[in-house]
Each structure stands twice: as C-alpha cells, then as structure tokens.
Design a protein around this ligand. Structure first.
Ligand SMILES: Nc1ncnc2c1ncn2[C@@H]1O[C@H](COP(=O)(O)OP(=O)(O)O)[C@@H](O)[C@H]1O
Ligand SMILES: [Mg+2]
Length: 251
C-alpha cells in the first residue's frame, strides 16, 4: 500500500543542512532513504536517515473518522507526552531511543534507530540464561520508570528491542505519569499477559527474571506491594482489568 508521506517529511526531504568543518563546508539532506517500517493503529513508523544518522520517524497520522479538532488535540497531546517521557526516561538511565526532532503541529517524532530485534522475535532463539538476563533488565527498567512515576502503558515484548546484550524500551505512545500502585501493576500485568500469550514455554522463567529485575530497582517491599496488586487484578479477572485499560487508553 502506498502511504502519502506527511507534509513535513516531504519538506525535509528537500531541505539541506550545512555542516561547517575546518576544511570547508559540506551540505547534506535533512532526511534521506525514507522507507515504511510499520503501520500501527495510531502511527506510521518510517526508517530514514536524518542528517546522516539512522533514524525512526514516528508519525501520528490524522484519522479521517474522528472529529478533526479532537483528533488534532489528541495526536498533539500524545506526541508531546511521548517525547517528554522519552526524555525523562533517558535522564533516569533507562535505555530508550534518543529524540532528534519533534514537531507538535504535524505530530511527528524523529528518534535514533535502535539496530536490533524485538524481544518478541528472539525468545526461543537465544538460550535461557541470556533470555533471563534480558528480561531481568526489562524488569529493572520498568522498576526505574515506576520509581519515577512513569507508567509505560503498553509493555509487551514487541516494545522491547534487543541490541546484543542491551535492552531498549520503545513506544511510549500510551504512557502516563501516575503514582498509583494500581497503574504500575497494570504495566506488569500487560507484560505478563504478553509473555503468557506469545511465549508460554518461557512464561515461568521470564516472569521470575522480570520480577528479580523489578526488585533490584524498587526494592523488595515496594515490589511486593505492586505484585500483590498484580495478583488482585488477575483475580478480579480479565473483564474488569481490560475495561479499565480501555477507558485509560482512550486518552
Ligand atoms: N527507535 C526504534 N528503533 C528501531 N526500531 C523501532 C524504533 N521505534 C519503532 N521501531 C520498530 O517499529 C515498530 C513499531 O513502533 P512502535 O513505536 O512500537 O509503534 P506502534 O505504536 O505502532 O506499536 C516496533 O515494534 C519496532 O519494530
Ligand atoms: Mg509498539
């Protein structure tokens, strides 16, 4: 399917930037080699070169079925929040792509490209020890985010990129700022659910290693409080948890 590039991307394809070096001036294109990587319900993801750097362009496209004003407001709000939360995550030591350019008018974030594979695709390919270490890091980063009251909102194995031994958390498009134990527990519940549905053979190992990493970040007591709430959410059942998720995801 042909996707029409957003106006701002088309502009940047023509724009040139100037690098002044001691030996003279060199000129390059702002954006180059744009290719469509993924089409989500909210955003299109392009891979491109941005001023010579491998980058991802995340564009929240206008939704024709939504009232225009509301759609614009929501897309702008989400783009701004995502960029702010990525910056915050960076500053607290969580590995995330680095934002290179944000445009709130066109609802676009350009960020560094992480050269790796989704955790989802490497489970079952790598050995158990490595899988445990990677999942422990995901748990650790989740704990660091939660300590800073950042709730990821869509913590699945598709939103984790593995670059050799490094783990990057991506897709903060549904993130929120919240102190509530319940919201943090929902993050973990979503991660557990993604492990159960996509990687059931490794469920026990991945949950255990995730929890170990989470405890490393927040401490035993705080972790146990959140994990108790995770158990309650699961006891209350799918229906209520998901109804809550849906109502929050609308924002
Ligand atoms: N910074 C990045 N580096 C490498 N790949 C990325 C990056 N951001 C997104 N991707 C790829 O694009 C996919 C979709 O991006 P994501 O931000 O998760 O959007 P969506 O909201 O559509 O899930 C990811 O699963 C990943 O494979
Ligand atoms: Mg995603």
């Amino acid at each position: 399917m042909e996707i029409e590039l957003p106006e701002i991307v088309r502009e940047m394809l023509g724009e040139e930037y100037v690098v002044v070096s001691r030996s003279g001036i060199s000129i390059g294109k702002m954006l180059d080699s744009v290719e469509l990587l993924s089409m989500g319900a909210e955003a299109y993801i392009f891979k491109a070169k941005f001023m010579g750097v491998d980058a991802i362009v995340k564009w929240r496209f206008p939704k024709p079925y939504m009232p225009k004003e509301l759609d614009n407001q929501l897309r702008r709000y989400r783009t701004e929040l995502e960029a702010k939360i990525i910056w915050k995550a960076l500053s607290i030591g969580v590995k995330v792509p680095i934002p290179l350019f944000t445009d709130l008018e066109d609802c676009l974030i350009i960020m560094t490209y992480v050269n790796g594979e989704n955790l989802r695709d490497v489970v079952g390919v790598i050995d158990n020890e490595k899988l445990c270490n990677l999942t422990r890091t995901v748990g650790f980063y989740t704990g660091v985010l939660h300590k800073n009251n950042i709730v990821h909102g869509d913590l699945t194995t598709s939103n984790v990129i593995v670059d050799r031994d490094d783990v990057y958390i991506i897709d903060f498009g549904l993130s929120t700022i919240s102190k509530r134990v319940e919201d943090k527990a929902i993050d973990i519940h979503i991660f557990f659910r993604s492990v159960e549905s996509a990687h059931s053979r490794f469920e026990e190992l991945m949950k255990r290693c995730f929890v170990d990493g989470y405890k490393d970040a927040v401490g035993e007591d705080a972790a146990n409080r959140v994990l108790k709430t995770v158990r309650n959410i699961r006891l209350r059942g799918r229906y209520i948890a998901e109804r809550k998720l849906r109502s929050e995801w609308i924002l």
